[in-house]
Write a protein that binds this ligand. Structure first.
Ligand code: UT7
Length: 324
């Protein structure tokens, strides 16, 4: 049986760092409020990089780690809700930036913070069915261009960044064991950004609020519930107990949400990877960025069982289990 083996990881964050102290000068907030309520201390903000440039840099690092040439990639799937343009897809830009061969397939997936796991699920199915031999799966977002920098309730939460993995079709027991993706569109108003497409007149659309809107408290409760459920689903499908899990890499939105998930699973702290203190919530970038960091720090070893779990606008939620 063919499996999608992760043979390389990479990430990229823009240079500019905005600390909680910097935000204190911009809105009515404090380092104490942000760090105790969210766990975030600083975030990277893109000034010069666009989404496709961040995605391409992360992907280049993943290809280098994998020792794979862009010419060998058959499929590029990018999870993002801050694409380079409405169309073409950010994945097509990545294809062009990296020199991936003409004729490969490239497309984006819109699932907000679950974008990377949605993209992984799709690419995994292409690999397992033999439709692609090698795939680039990327999560990238640039929420700095969606948030209202005068709104303390949202601007303190997000950062920009990208992460990527190279999947290779290989036989054996190592690789992606399961992916589960879910959504419930009736909760779309919990977290959204942007306006409906025409027919509303241009002037109306121009005057309307374009910024990200979030019901933080409700999203928090749903996040704890859905992430717990998604992990249980992954563990049941793979007949795993908490002891079998080497590392949980959750979506990095809020340390209190991550800790609630950890407690529900009765996992020790050292089995849960967090880096949101330094990056904030990078939406679709968050899980692959954390994975790349964990790999480079030697926190992931051959045959380890790694669980990923996410939630985000849509509402969407997802999980994946991997034998490394
Ligand atoms: O990837 C999915 C993205 N979404 C999320 O992750 C959202 C999940 N939700 C959360 O993480 C939390 O709900 C927040 C961090 C957004 C908010 O934390 P909270 O503990 O739920 O606070 P709250 O919204 O209940 O607000 C408590 C107080 C309010 O003041 P009053 O009404 O009690 O006087 C807010 O106005 O904190 C105030 N507040 C702030 N104060 C200082 C809200 N934002 C700030 C701020 N600085 N940045």
């Amino acid at each position: 049986m063919l499996r999608s083996k992760i043979i390389g990881t990479g990430s990229y964050v823009p240079k500019k760092i905005v600390t909680n102290q910097d935000l204190e000068k911009m809105v009515d907030t404090s380092d104490t409020w942000i760090s105790t309520r969210t766990g975030i201390r600083e975030r990277h903000i893109a000034v010069e990089d666009s989404s496709s440039e961040m995605a391409s840099k992360a992907a280049k690092n993943a290809l280098k780690a994998a020792g794979v040439s862009p010419k060998d990639i058959d499929l590029i799937v990018v999870g993002t809700v801050t694409p380079e343009m409405t169309f073409p897809s950010t994945a097509c830009f990545v294809q062009s930036h990296l020199g991936v061969k003409a004729g490969a397939a490239a497309f984006d997936v819109s699932a907000a913070c679950s974008g990377f796991l949605y993209a992984l699920d799709i690419a995994d199915k292409y690999i397992k069915t033999g439709a692609a031999g090698k795939a680039l799966v990327i999560g990238v977002d640039q929420f700095s261009k969606l948030v209202d920098w005068n709104d303390r309730a949202t601007c303190v939460l997000f950062g920009d960044g990208a992460g990527a993995v190279v999947l290779s079709a290989e036989k054996g027991s190592r690789g992606v064991l399961s992916c589960h993706i879910h959504s419930d569109g009736k909760h779309w108003e919990m977290l959204y950004s942007g306006n409906p497409c025409p027919p509303s007149p241009f002037e109306e659309r121009k005057a309307a609020n374009q910024y990200l809107v979030m019901n933080g408290n409700e999203t928090f409760k749903i996040a704890v519930r859905t992430m717990g459920g998604a992990i249980t689903e992954a563990m049941e499908q793979n007949k795993l107990t908490a002891e079998d899990i080497s590392l949980l890499i959750p979506h990095q939105a809020n340390l209190r949400i991550i800790n609630a998930t950890r407690d529900r699973l009765k996992l020790p702290d050292e089995k849960v990877y967090t880096n949101l203190d330094r990056y904030g919530n990078t939406s679709a970038g968050s899980i692959p960025l954390a994975l790349d960091e964990a790999v480079r720090l030697g926190r992931v070893k051959e045959n380890d069982i790694i669980l990923f779990v996410s939630f985000g606008g849509g509402l969407t939620w997802a999980s994946a289990a991997v034998r490394w």
